[in-house]
Design a protein around this ligand. Structure first.
Ligand code: ASP
Length: 431
């Protein structure tokens, strides 16, 4: 069985285990709660997510610099950047519009009265001006230490351009960076071996702790949101991909699945960057020049799934509070959500923080977010998978339209698959 299928199996088994624990009330038993759900599941899951996160900064840095060298032309770089910004913002705007249509059309929340189950107080959100200012780091080492992605991307591109202009004198440095990149890519593959166990633990824990009663109360919200997410991922994004590239959708969906599963299990596009990048480069053949920029950039600024959640949540809460948003309100939601998606980190639950911003703009009470908080964990998993799919779609589009995709790799179902036998031999694990 290949790795993607193993991960899928782990996911299903994890769901079953989590649901059994939840429904049978096993998490009320002290040892199950302490040693299993918050013990083994928590530790194994977190270790894995940490290992992925550990690789993000070095990977982006050492993959983007040789990527820039590979482009070899600063004008081309500008074109790739422009395409990425336009496509990412456009797809996010379409995503939220879809959400508003789905939510307003279904009338969810009207006449409902659900008490807040948890308090939600808004957090400080960075202003748009500060986000722009932050793109140029005053201290690149601090930016790397904080995982400040836009600043890291800026530094790497700048470094790459400078290196390009002195490439003849610094051939050794270029090959050094290439070699480090090779090693880090290898580390990504090695971390991925452990995915089946970790995914089982992450999912089992998430479902064991899911408030099932709450879910039934919020079923309308949940279903409309899931429908809008599926529509966006399976219709809108696929139309974009087919329309702009003509590539096989079946092949794309087959290969993107690994990244989707990782996104779903970790609820973090940021932690999934290593897997998305590997998928784009080794499985789909998108040149490093495009993918090593587009993937981390997309993980940071492109959040289609999150935007959809914001659209549906805004209409839902507005309906519950009897607030009429009107056309002006809808336009405000679209603009705010698109801008908010640029400035927030790709980590679990950040979508709720962004929602604060939207609520403030349209004058909805921020405490309203407390109503949907209880079911957000599960929805976060789904929307993160949609976020990552969006990054992969745009990266493929840029790769194809810039002629920087190896179609032989793209169309080869086996390309870049993790072959455990081969991996084990490379590690000298065999006698
Ligand atoms: N968890 C999402 C992500 O990392 C962000 C969110 O919607 O909370 O992409």
């Amino acid at each position: 069985m290949n790795l993607a299928n193993k991960v899928l199996l782990a996911l299903i088994l994890g769901m079953i285990a989590g649901l059994i624990i939840n429904v049978a009330g096993l998490n009320n038993i002290a040892w199950v709660d302490q040693y299993l759900v918050n013990g083994v599941f928590e530790v194994v899951g977190k270790l894995f997510v940490n290992a992925l996160k550990m690789l993000v900064v070095p990977l982006v840095l050492f993959s983007l610099i040789p990527g820039i060298i590979g482009i070899g032309d600063v004008r081309l770089l500008g074109r790739i950047g422009t395409k990425a910004v336009v496509l990412y913002l456009l797809t996010t705007a379409i995503a939220i519009t879809t959400a508003l249509v789905f939510a307003a059309g279904s009338g969810i929340g009207k006449g409902m009265d659900i008490p807040h189950t948890s308090d939600f107080t808004g957090k400080e959100v960075t202003s748009f001006a500060d986000i722009l200012i932050g793109i140029v780091p005053t201290n690149p080492i601090a930016a790397m230490a904080d995982g400040d992605m836009l600043a890291i991307i800026f530094f790497a591109i700048f470094f790459g351009i400078a290196l390009l202009s002195v490439a003849k004198q610094s051939a050794q440095l270029v090959s050094f960076i290439e070699q480090v990149n090779l090693v880090i890519m290898r580390m990504v593959t090695m971390v991925m071996w452990f995915a089946p166990y970790a995914v089982f633990c992450l999912i089992a824990k998430a479902l064991a702790e899911l408030g099932i009663e709450l879910l039934s109360q919020l079923l309308g919200y949940f279903l409309v949101l899931v429908a809008a997410l599926l529509f966006h991922a399976l219709v809108t994004q696929m139309l974009f991909l087919k329309g702009l590239t003509g590539l096989s959708l079946g092949m794309f969906l087959k290969k993107v699945r690994t990244a989707q599963l990782f996104a779903f299990s970790t609820s973090s596009s940021g932690a999934t960057i290593p897997v998305t990048l590997r998928t784009m480069q080794e499985r789909m053949g998108v040149d490093r020049a495009v993918s090593s920029f587009s993937v981390p950039f997309g993980a940071t600024i492109n959040m289609d799934g999150t935007a959809i959640m914001q659209g549906v949540a805004t209409v839902f809460i507005a309906n519950m509070y009897g607030v009429e948003l009107g056309l002006a309100g809808y336009v405000t939601v679209i603009i705010t959500a698109v801008l908010a998606s640029i400035g927030t980190a790709a980590v679990p639950s950040v979508g709720l923080v962004m929602l604060t911003l939207v609520f403030n703009q349209v004058g909805l009470p921020v405490e309203g977010i407390g109503i949907i908080l209880g079911v957000d964990r599960l929805l976060d998993m789904l929307r993160t998978a949609v976020n990552v799919t969006g990054d992969a779609v745009v990266t493929t589009i840029i790769g194809k339209t810039e002629n920087r995709i190896d179609l032989e790799i793209y169309n080869d179902p086996e390309a870049g698959m993790i072959d455990e036998q081969h991996e084990a031999e490379a590690l000298h694990l065999k006698p």
